[in-house]
Design a protein. Structure first.
Length: 101
């Protein structure tokens, strides 16, 4: 592959990343507070799927860069899943304590 092709590929990937970040920010800021808990549960399920994909991507027999990116993906997805469940649990406890009053 030529250097020009590599630069075009890098530019396309960075463009997709920036657009995804902008879209994600816009979507998250538009969610009403009553939907946060159900959406958090759904995003935890998606993060679990990401974790499984990252584990298979970081496996033996892959190029070295794929192994490193898979390892980083496993770390970040694990942090996301654990943090998401902690926040969801905290929200549910808050709703339970309000219901008891």
């Amino acid at each position: 592959m030529s250097a020009t092709h590599d630069m075009q590929l890098l530019l396309a990937v960075v463009t997709i990343l920036v657009l995804a970040m902008f879209l994600g920010f816009e979507l998250i800021t538009k969610v009403p507070p009553t939907l946060h808990t159900p959406l958090m549960s759904g995003s935890n399920a998606i993060s679990g799927i990401t974790l499984i994909g990252a584990l298979s991507s970081g496996g033996v027999g892959q190029p070295e860069m794929a192994t490193y990116l898979g390892m980083a993906a496993v770390i970040f997805a694990t942090i996301n899943v654990v943090g998401g469940y902690m926040v969801t649990n905290r929200m549910l406890e808050m709703f339970k304590s309000k219901a008891k009053k």
